[in-house]
Ligand binder design. Sequence first.
Ligand code: GLC
Ligand code: MG
Length: 558
Amino acid sequence: MSPRTHHATPDSAVEHIHDAFGTAEWWRTAVIYQVYPRSFADSDGDGNGDLGGIKNRLAYLHDLGVDAIWISPFYPSPQADGGYDVADYRDVDPMYGTLADADDLIATAHALGIRVIIDIVPNHTSDEHPWFQAALAAGPGSPERDRYWFVDSPGVPNNWPSEFGGPAWTQVADGEWYLHLFDRKQPDLNWENPEVREMFAGTLRFWLDRGVDGFRIDVAHHLVKAPGLLDFDADWDAYNRGALPTNAVPFADQDGVHDIYQQWRAILDSYPGERAMVAEAWVTPHDRLALYVRADEFQQAFNFDYMRATWDADALRAQIRTTLRNADSVGAPATWVLSNHDVIRHATRLVRADPTMAPWILKATEPRPDTGLGLRRARAATALMLALPGSSYLYQGEELGLREVIELPAEARTDPDFLRGGGHRLGRDGCRVPIPWKKDAPAFGFNDTGASWLPQPADFGDYAVDRQRGRDGSTLELYRSLLAVRRQRQLGNGSLALVDLRADVVALDVTNDRGTTRIVLNLGSEPWPIPASARVLVASADGVTDLLPADCAVWLTD
Ligand code: GLC
Ligand code: MG
């Protein structure tokens, strides 16, 4: 697996960076589609998406060609943080349906060959979880309080910031303070307490018994806090840009988290089938991430460094190299992701004014980027991503080319990142606007009533599924083609070489027993001439035959 450089073709240097996997577990190559349930499809017309809505659209996802879905939390929740504030880990919020609906959804997905991953939120509960209510009632020094981080202190116990703004501590009536790295309605659990460990082990089993194929673990890097809860001064802006080693921060990426995930991996491995878990761990530098995907821990971790890469050939090449080097060092698949429910949709982000800004921070002063160029880049970026070996994540609506809805009115916004942010940050509602299914229908087909928990902008109709399905050149048809060719040519499992064609062009060869597929992405301003001998398999823009224009990508074969 050592990198070697040789000349495969007379005109170009080739840098071999990755060998195909020897094994074929599904999670090594899967394309996993993230469903944000409140905004996907609403079967009962109350303006909130639900499990019935997801079930009704599984045929669409099958037709799109994904291998698995990851569903963001659907548990009982006051929705103080979009469901990432869980009041009961073993039930379904009535807004989304019932446990029977969850069973039905899992069974229907499996019948279509689609695997199901659900979201586990172990760092914090909702303040409305019975445990937190019991902790409040039981008072200082009680075993109930020991499940959380309660501190007796004359003032705020330390200077840790909440991710959403303001201090990470709130005082309760009897004077104690509790820690919440996120909203005050999300008290952090104390993972040193064995009851906490037992409760989550039981929760994993509860859902594994119901047939889920795996878990996405929310903020997997935050569970363990450094002893002493000491003040820590950091340049938080640099931290958010991914420029500081995360384990220096006393509430992030502490080595103690790995013990928890080894226990969980043993639970998953005790079940039949290939159950898998993916870490949401915003850790840097990238070799820290490799620790989470060692053979006895997570199967996957989201590759947020790739998501942060700017629209630049050198930056993308560097991320691809680093990703594969680190993943290969522990035998884990690389993962790739461009959008999710926390970040500015990549059709907008790839043309934002400051591309180094943390992808989840949308400043109130952020200028509205060019939608046309944004979509062009987004399609090209996806074409590159879906050719890379490993597993890729898609976020609902990106297959329609949806943009970030920056213009949501303040009164419509619900995200604590906005509500706690003093108006400086707009928050993440703009990537959570309900999906348009039909142009000429109430709520663009999100439901039959026209109700929608976040307002949909008028231009969403033009992105609707019924406007794109079967229309040559649409973003939806591009995604379908990319996924179909990826499957035919088994691109998720190939060896990978970077090909030096031009400094501002990223080119790579994916090789396996289906042949060699060359992917070329033009990040420069001059068109790149496509060799006459090459056949175009898929292109990110219309009419690409002999020239590859700027901000476009193409998949080629001999
Ligand atoms: C994760 C989730 C995000 C949530 C946060 C706190 O980052 O993806 O939506 O706000 O954790 O649970
Ligand atoms: Mg509903």
